[in-house]
Design a protein around this ligand. Structure first.
Ligand SMILES: Cc1cc2nc3c(=O)[nH]c(=O)nc-3n(C[C@H](O)[C@H](O)[C@H](O)COP(=O)(O)OP(=O)(O)OC[C@H]3O[C@@H](n4cnc5c(N)ncnc54)[C@H](O)[C@@H]3O)c2cc1C
Length: 436
């Protein structure tokens, strides 16, 4: 039987669910088609869900600051429609530590431009607030197998340390997507699970719909690719993969969990920490644990994945040692369990590590892809961007020539969505890393 909708959204992660909510608020009859059992079970399930504002570009910073306010007022945004309760935002603040050689003035300038609060700390203040840290520099980060891994410190960390009070993390990312699902359903949206898109159908040079694994056909004049690390697969099905300058591909990443040091409870006093000197980040995790992630220092090899359905979901001893031992240099008393504990999942990375929020060369087919390991925080804003791009294009606007300008809702900033074009030149101001 063929079902018809106003918009089909492929994927029910944070991006797809937010797009469904925004479109259904505008009266679109949407369906999210998700191959897994429930919403938020894809890469969003394993996100570190860090909310921060320091990005390398003005637009990236503005997007993240606007996103911060959605999480601050999550219940208001969602409308408290979920019987499972709401995801919780721990607004603990975000600390940025860099090596001496790193110029922090760009972050300061971008935050000044957008009136985002921050505090400048020195090393003394850092050690007062985080007494379990040392302020030595170990730059550049190394792998444990490097003979110099245990060499004495190379000096001190950058004497400028920035604390961003507008930052934190969400306790349960999957629940946040369920919240969006329920909010969207309350506006008439449909979610279909265990439903895999196997083909994209076209009619007269336009998108017509999708075909599922059981042969079921769904039709709509609008289809959105929000398939996360499978984005390139869906683009190939749509026949547009070779018609965009910027490409996406999956990158495997590990995140590890270790206990808090005995003298400092992350549960009670932990902050988010990006430690560029040590090549990683960490944050409080439930059960007085610390979640440890990597910022991909140059000594690590990036683990690009050919097939997003076939990758090692177990953490490896090699990467556990690298990430955990590096953070242990900052936290000398860090308890390190004998057995690695953590998760492995995929980023959907673009050529310049900036996402793609755009139309495509196939009329009616839209892209919310390339979220590059750092766009969970922007989920609700992605919903707004895609909704406005879709409305404009479906009303005949030439978005490629004259990119849609979106007035963000929570801050005084109008975003030129052309920055997220599939056909942009590589954005050289990007960090070319998960930092965006
Ligand atoms: C380890 C890790 C840590 C991260 N940490 C952070 C962080 O701290 N802060 C931050 O902001 N971001 C972070 N990110 C990035 C963030 O998680 C992603 O940007 C975001 O979750 C992507 O959401 P999505 O909805 O686009 O993709 P997904 O959540 O992957 O959703 C896509 C969905 O599409 C479905 N799908 C795929 N193909 C098909 C098909 N053919 N048919 C039907 N359904 C299909 C999938 O099953 C999946 O559920 C992290 C990512 C990872 C992997």
């Amino acid at each position: 039987m063929t079902q018809s909708y106003d918009a089909i959204i492929i994927g029910a992660g944070i991006s797809g669910a937010a797009i469904a909510y925004e479109l259904s608020k505008k009266g679109y009859r949407t369906v999210n088609v998700e191959k897994l059992d429930a919403a938020g079970y894809g890469s969003t399930a394993n996100t570190c869900a860090i909310i921060r504002t320091h990005y390398s570009t003005l637009d990236g910073t503005a997007l993240a600051y606007d996103g911060y306010f959605y999480w601050k007022k999550w219940g208001e945004y969602i409308g408290n429609t979920d019987e499972m309760g709401l995801a919780k935002f721990y607004d603990v603040g975000f600390l940025v530590i860099k090596p001496e050689s790193f110029d922090l003035s760009k972050y300061i300038q971008l935050h000044d431009e957008l009136n985002i609060p921050y505090e400048i700390w020195d090393r003394e203040k850092l050690l007062q607030r985080m007494p379990h840290f040392v302020d030595d520099s170990f730059y550049p980060p190394k792998r444990p197998e490097d003979p110099n891994f245990n060499a004495p410190p190379t000096g001190k960390i950058n004497s400028t340390i920035i604390f961003f009070p507008c930052g934190g993390y969400i306790n349960d990312a999957t629940l946040s997507v369920h919240n969006l699902q329920r909010a969207a359903e309350s506006k008439g949206a449909t979610f279909v699970f265990n439903a895999e898109v196997r083909a994209i159908t076209k009619d007269g040079g336009r998108i017509a719909g999708v075909t599922l694994q059981d042969g079921q056909q769904m039709n709509a004049p609008v289809v959105v690719n929000a398939a996360g690390p499978h984005s390139f697969v869906i683009n190939q099905l749509a026949g547009i993969a070779d018609k965009m300058k910027i490409k996406t591909r999956p990158l495997r990443h590990e995140v590890h969990f270790v206990p808090s040091p005995p003298e400092f409870s992350y549960e009670e006093r932990g902050l988010m920490v990006s430690d560029g000197d040590a090549g990683g980040y960490h944050r409080p995790e439930a059960g007085n644990m610390i979640l440890v992630g990597s910022e991909d220092p140059a000594c690590d090899t990036l683990d690009w994945i050919e097939d997003p359905d076939k990758f090692n979901r177990n953490v490896t001893t090699e990467q556990w040692n690298a990430q955990v031992y590096r953070i242990a240099k900052r936290i000398p008393n860090l308890p390190i369990p004998g057995r690695p504990k953590g998760i492995a999942d995929l980023y959907d990375v673009t050529d310049d590590w900036i996402p793609i929020y755009d139309r495509s060369d196939l009329p009616g087919f839209y892209l919310a892809i390339g979220t590059t390991g750092n766009q969970y925080k922007n989920g609700p804003v992605i919903g707004q961007l895609l909704c406005e791009i879709i409305e404009a294009c479906e009303n005949g606007h030439d978005h490629d020539k004259d990119p849609v300008q979106v007035k963000l809702r929570n801050i005084d900033f109008t975003l030129n969505t052309g920055i997220f074009s599939r056909n942009r030149e590589i954005i050289t101001g990007s960090s070319f890393s998960v930092l965006g």
